[in-house]
Design a protein. Structure first.
Length: 150
C-alpha cells in the first residue's frame, strides 16, 4: 500500500505531466499564405493574428510576392489554435524598423486594420490562409503618420 506522502507525490507527478503536455507544439498551427490587394501581391504588409480567446499574437511581413509565414515567438512559427482577428497594415517602416528607414503610409482601408473585419480560424498542423483585399473604404492613418518618428 502507498503511504500518504507517496500518494501525494504520485498525484503531483501526474499533475505536472498533464500541465507540461499543454505546453507542447500541439497548441499552435503553422500558418502561411498570400496577400493580394487589388489583384496584385501586397509587398511589405504587416499581418497580425490576435487570438479571440486571449494569448500571444502572431505576426509576419509579406515578401515581394505577397507571401507570409506567421511567427508566434522567437522559438515557434505559427499561431495559437482557435479563432483570430486578423489585422493587415501597410503603415510602418519599409526598412523593417531600422533607424532612418523610410516610413510608409497606410494604403489599406480601416476594415483590414484599425477596424478589422477579418476573422480566421487556425487549426493544428498546416494552415494556408490567403487574403484577397480591395481598396474600397476609408483609409485611416495612425497617429504620427507622416509626422516623423515618435
Amino acid at each position: 500500500m502507498f503511504s500518504k506522502s507517496q500518494w501525494s507525490f504520485s498525484v503531483l507527478l501526474v499533475v505536472v505531466a498533464v500541465g507540461l503536455s499543454g505546453c507542447s507544439s500541439g497548441e499552435y498551427g503553422q500558418v502561411t499564405g498570400t496577400v493580394l490587394a487589388g489583384g496584385e501581391p501586397l509587398k511589405g504588409a504587416l499581418l497580425e493574428y490576435y487570438p479571440k480567446a486571449g494569448g500571444s499574437a502572431s505576426s509576419a511581413r509579406t515578401d515581394e510576392n505577397g507571401r507570409y509565414e506567421l511567427v508566434l515567438d522567437r522559438d515557434n512559427m505559427g499561431a495559437l489554435i482557435g479563432e483570430h482577428t486578423v489585422k493587415i497594415t501597410t503603415f510602418g517602416s519599409e526598412g523593417g524598423g531600422d533607424y532612418g528607414a523610410q516610413e510608409s503610409p497606410e494604403t489599406l482601408p480601416a476594415k483590414y486594420n484599425v477596424a478589422s473585419e477579418l476573422f480566421r480560424t487556425v487549426t493544428g498542423g498546416t494552415n494556408v490562409i490567403d487574403f484577397e483585399l480591395d481598396y474600397e473604404g476609408q483609409v485611416v492613418q495612425p497617429p504620427g503618420a507622416g509626422g516623423g518618428r515618435y
